[in-house]
Ligand binder design. Sequence first.
Ligand SMILES: C[S@@+](CC[C@H](N)C(=O)[O-])C[C@H]1O[C@@H](n2cnc3c(N)ncnc32)[C@H](O)[C@@H]1O
Length: 302
Amino acid sequence: MLVDEALAALGLGAGGYYVDATFGRGGHTAQILQALGQQGRVLAIDRDPQAVAAGRRRFADEVRLTLLHASFADLAALVPAHSRGEPCRGVLFDLGVSSPQLDDPERGFSFRADGPLDMRMDPTCGEPVSAWLARASLDEIREVIATLGEERFARRVARAIVEARRERPVERTSQLAALVANAVRTREPGKHPATRTFQALRMFINDELAQLEKGLAAALEFLAPGGRLVVISFHSLEDRLVKHFMRRQTQIDPALLELPVLPQGVEPRLKLVGRKRRAVAAEIQNNPRARSALLRVAEKIK
Ligand SMILES: C[S@@+](CC[C@H](N)C(=O)[O-])C[C@H]1O[C@@H](n2cnc3c(N)ncnc32)[C@H](O)[C@@H]1O
């Protein structure tokens, strides 16, 4: 299973300090703690307050775990504050939304059930998708749906939203799903026509790519030499960002190689561990979301 490979890639031994950057419902944190033994410690974070509240109940007696409501974009400050000077041996990013988020219509992530069009992973800040759709221009909406959803019919979808909001605000998931289904006539097999639009709006309203970039940059700083950076992504744009980040850090800038003497501090900071991996068929059968899961692993050199 991809999850087992991800956990194995963390190189868990008895003891050590690890970071779970995307706690969710704590499935991976539980497995990390189990592998670590009594000397291990985990800092787990999630930007979703419901995830953190559920985690605090589940792990109420777990003294080896620090669970914080925070974004992984802020890990650069959080890890030094909680590590007690211990070197960090590994960090896990399991990106995207969790099943509890998708399954709760009140969170507004899903086109399958009606709910308020919110989609914030952290509802304590920012604005819901409905508020943004009420004020964004047609071009802004088109741009988000085209780039983050890679939706060929982004203009049609944006126009449908702008026309619909003249009549009444677009405030419900079912309303948006129906709007998109009417605007996008072609169907991708096995995909609801609103899949790309919902994904784009979720990624936009949660600023997911910028947060990921910051989280990866932070990991590079706080990981100890030999520490592992393990990332599971579910979206081609996320994976591309992870791939480019890792590649940049595993190579010396070709322009610098032209210099007679290499400046200090430009050596690669990561080395890749294996190739990218995908979930196997049996895993996909049990969990259809795993179909698009990709695992990438790198190790900090210095
Ligand atoms: C796929 S789930 C993780 C599931 C988890 N590994 C488990 O075993 O239950 C992704 C989680 O990451 C959280 N998340 C997404 N972006 C985040 C960010 N920038 N900072 C912190 N948590 C984030 C989401 O709220 C969600 O709970």
